[in-house]
Design a protein around this ligand. Sequence first.
Ligand SMILES: [Zn+2]
Length: 223
Amino acid sequence: MSTFYVRQAVVDLCNGLSRRGYLAGTGGNIAIRIGTDRFAVTPSATDYATMSAADVCVLRLDDLKRMEGGRAASVESGLHARVLRARADVQCSIHTHQPVASACALLGKPLDVPEGPLRRSLGSRVPVIGYAPSGSGWLSSKLARALREDIQAYLMLNHGVLCCGASPTAAVEAVEHLETLTRMHLTHMIEARAAREPRQRTILLQVASALAETSPFDRTDTP
Ligand SMILES: [Zn+2]
């Protein structure tokens, strides 16, 4: 089976997420399952603006052996492989340093998800994965212990996030909804602090207002 279309789908996903500020430069990475035993994953340290389908790696799922692709695979390939091995329902796994959710990941607190569209894509709760260095087996193991079939988004302490879904579309929706949820959460925290600290109220409400507005990274109008 040709893997071209899946590798091109990885490129297209990266471009779409980059345009909207969820991926920046070479940060973040994406994996899409191919059949039962392989997956396509972004290459390491490659600018998404110049990446082509030929740069995207195809790895064997059980041992990460590179089957296709001229570049080294993302350092987080092991992280994505743990998700794809543990969750047969997951077709796509996305790791980002997206701005608001990554800020929330510094706080180290799990989030409850309100009922409605956010809960339908994310699950009822967003857990926090304890810190471990990027690309380490330690980080992959911590994530693997937290994986649940009804949870599609994970905050990685002091690092970023991992979202997954039954399709690339569902995984991207989880990325977007996690940013919405964390923006709501941080806005609420700032407003609560403004209520407690009247002397800081004006500046805190300005910060809350800026945060609550549409992300400055939202560039869906860009071709
Ligand atoms: Zn990262």
